[in-house]
Design a protein around this ligand. Structure first.
Ligand code: AP5
Length: 209
C-alpha cells in the first residue's frame, strides 16, 4: 500500500503514520524527519535547509526532491509499501512524484487528508514535544520519550511566532493538492479533530485494514 499523507502542520500526519508503520510495516518517509536529521548532522543539505525550516518556509524543491527520490529506492519501500509524510508539499513536487512513480511502474493507492481546523492546530503545535533520539511525537505531558526514554524537546518551528507562518505556507502551497488528488480519484479524508485512536480506527476502515 502506497499512501501520501496530506494535512496542515500539526494535523496529526506523523502520529497516524507512526501507528500505520508499527502495525503494517510500511516504510515511513517523512521529509521533515529527513531534513531534521540533516540539520542535526550539519550536512551540506542540513546547513542549507535550516534557515527555511526555522522560519516555517518550504525548503526549495531542488533540495527536497532528490532526498525523497533516493529514499524511495531503498528496499523497505518495496516490501509492504510506503507512507509519504510531508511530501509532496506543492504541485511541482506532486508532478515530480507522479513521474518518478510512473517510471518505476508503482501506483499510489491514496492521498489521505487528515482534516483539522487551524484553531486546534495552534494549540497542538504549541504543546508538541519530539524525542531527540528516535523522533517520537508526543506532547508537553511526556517528560521523557515513552518509546525510548530519550529527551523530549520543542521543535524550533513549533514556537508561536513560526506556527502562523507555517499555516499560511500550507494554505498557499499545499492545500491545492487536495484538489489535485481528488481530480485523480485518489483522495480519502478523515476528521482529525478527535482522539488519536478514533482517528486511527477511521483510517484503518478507509483502507479496509
Ligand atoms: P514537517 O516535519 O513535515 O512538519 P509539518 O507538515 O508542519 O507537520 P508536523 O510534523 O508539524 O505535523 P503533523 O501533521 O505530522 O502532526 P503530528 O502528528 O506531529 O516539516 C517541517 C519543515 O520541514 C517544513 O516547515 C519545511 O520547512 C520543511 N519541509 C518538510 N517537507 C518539505 C517538503 N516536501 N518541501 C519543502 N520543505 C519541506 O501532531 C502534532 C501534535 O498534535 C503532537 O503533539 C501530537 O501528539 C498531537 N496530536 C496528533 N493527533 C492528535 C489528535 N487526534 N488529538 C490530539 N492531539 C493530537
Amino acid at each position: 500500500m502506497n499512501i501520501v499523507l496530506l494535512g496542515a502542520p500539526g494535523a496529526g500526519k506523523g502520529t497516524q503514520a507512526q501507528k500505520l508503520v508499527a502495525d503494517y510495516q510500511l516504510a515511513h518517509i517523512s521529509t521533515g524527519d529527513l531534513l531534521r536529521a540533516a540539520v542535526k548532522a550539519q550536512s551540506e543539505l542540513g546547513v542549507a535547509a535550516k534557515g527555511y525550516m526555522d522560519a516555517g518556509k518550504l525548503v526549495p524543491d531542488s533540495l527536497v526532491v532528490d532526498l525523497v527520490l533516493e529514499r524511495l529506492e531503498q528496499d523497505d519501500c518495496k516490501n509492504h509499501g510506503f507512507i509519504l509524510d510531508g511530501f509532496p508539499r506543492n504541485t511541482k513536487q506532486a508532478e515530480v512524484l507522479d513521474s518518478a512513480l510512473a517510471d518505476k511502474n508503482v501506483a499510489l493507492d491514496a492521498a489521505l487528508l487528515v482534516d483539522v481546523a487551524s484553531e486546534v492546530i495552534v494549540n497542538r503545535l504549541s504543546s508538541r514535544r519530539t524525542c531527540r533520539e528516535c523522533g517520537y511525537t508526543g506532547t508537553a505531558a511526556d517528560e521523557t520519550c515513552p518509546r525510548c526514554s530519550g529527551e523530549m524537546y520543542q521543535r524550533d518551528d513549533d514556537k508561536p511566532e513560526t506556527i502562523q507562518n507555517r499555516l499560511n505556507v500550507y494554505q498557499e502551497n499545499t492545500a491545492p493538492l487536495v484538489d489535485y488528488y481528488d481530480a485523480r480519484g485518489l483522495l480519502k479524508k478523515v476528521d482529525g479533530d478527535r482522539p488519536v485512536d478514533d482517528v486511527y480506527a477511521d483510517v484503518k476502515a478507509l483502507f479496509g485494514l
